[in-house]
Design a protein around this ligand. Structure first.
Ligand code: KG4
Ligand code: ZN
Length: 336
């Protein structure tokens, strides 16, 4: 019998999240405590501060998730947690809590790969695309193109050689003095900027197996520094819009090329950057032009959340694949 209720915990970076999923598709609760306001003053996530804050709030976040789901702990079928990749201390905070809980309530434990969780955000909806499809995973830590051949059958077909694209958003926003996290702020101010005003580089076009964002990030920072040293005012909206256009062009071009190469006709998006409004619009247009079907989770399921972790855990639970309580956090866990 497939599991009915899974509680999942996600603490790989700066969000403390817990969710209860019913029957693999009904989100009974999805609680996210974001630490963004705490890390904002440092301009990025401070790992030690993140793990301490997870420890402070995890039990409250889990109680809220259980309360909103209207369930008692004994009614759960399994407890899942992200065990990598991510920040070591942050991962340990959530995983240790999940292990303790699973032991106490005598339910199985399931460790989830965070990147696989992002892919599975696509399976949370009834209109989810059936595999096979090409999934772009674009987050603060990863930029991967993945051939999703089955619900748990993933093959990495392209990835970044240097920075993740979310990281490039965050660093460009920081250079513009816009705050953290930079992606949503760049998304917002780009709406008033001219995306054609600065011709930033598009790296490695024509090769969907490789992405590179460090040159683009440096070009944006150099542009800002040069403008300032020339005594001119930086037009933040124009820089943001031009930078965003360069990222989006590359993400769309490579995802569409990969889809054509593998003779697939469905594209799915995931990861924090997949909530970017310009990327969503451009990918929709490109899919329309190529006759591809596009699936995009709602923005709140693209950024870090525990519902996607529960969705990934559901497949393991249904297949009777569980983890031992000796499971350790693996900060460098990979997809392939
Ligand atoms: O998936 P996610 O929440 O966490 C990681 O696994 O890294 O992704 C966070 C990243 C950050 O770099 C953030 O700036 C970016 O996603 N992001 C965005 C947007 N919302 C979040 N980037 C561009 N546009 C957005 N609207
Ligand atoms: Zn993530």
């Amino acid at each position: 019998m497939p599991p009915a209720y899974i509680l999942a915990i996600e603490t790989s970076c700066d969000e403390t999240a817990a969710a209860v999923l019913k029957d693999g598709g009904v989100i009974l609760s999805d609680i996210i405590y974001s630490q963004a306001d705490i890390h904002k003053k440092y301009g990025g996530v401070v790992p030690e501060v993140a793990s301490r804050k997870h420890l402070d709030v995890i039990s409250q976040v889990v109680s809220e998730a259980m309360g909103e789901a209207g369930l008692k702990l004994a009614e759960l079928d399994a407890v899942a947690a992200t065990y990598g990749p991510g920040l070591a201390g942050a991962l340990l905070a959530g995983l240790s809590y999940a292990k303790g809980l699973a032991y106490a309530i005598k339910k199985p434990l399931i460790g989830v790969n965070h990147i696989e969780g992002h892919i599975c955000a696509n399976f949370l909806s009834e209109s989810a695309p059936p595999p096979p499809f090409v999934c772009l995973v674009a987050s603060g830590g990863h930029t991967h193109l993945v051939a999703v051949n089955g619900h748990t059958d993933y093959r990495v077909i392209g990835k970044t050689r240097d920075d993740a694209c979310g990281e490039a958003f965050d660093k460009t926003a920081r250079a513009l003095g816009l705050g953290y996290p930079g992606g949503p702020i760049i998304d917002a101010i780009s709406k008033t900027g001219d995306p054609a005003s600065i011709n930033f580089p598009r790296a490695m076009t024509g090769d969907f197996t490789n992405f590179s964002f460090s040159g683009l990030k440096s070009a944006a920072v150099n542009h800002i520094n040069k403008t300032v040293s020339a005594g001119a005012a930086v037009n933040a909206a124009d820089v943001a819009a031009s930078f965003q256009r360069a990222v989006v062009d590359v993400l769309v071009e490579k995802t569409v090329s990969a889809c054509k190469f593998y003779k697939m006709d469905v594209i799915a998006l995931s990861g924090g950057v997949a909530s970017n409004s310009a990327l969503r619009a451009a990918m929709s247009a490109a899919c329309g032009a190529n006759g591809f079907r596009l699936y995009m989770p709602p923005p709140a399921l693209c950024t870090d959340n525990a519902a996607m972790i529960a969705r990934r855990a559901f497949f393991d639970c249904a297949a009777g694949r569980f983890d031992d309580l000796s499971l350790n956090a693996d900060p460098g866990l990979r997809l392939d």
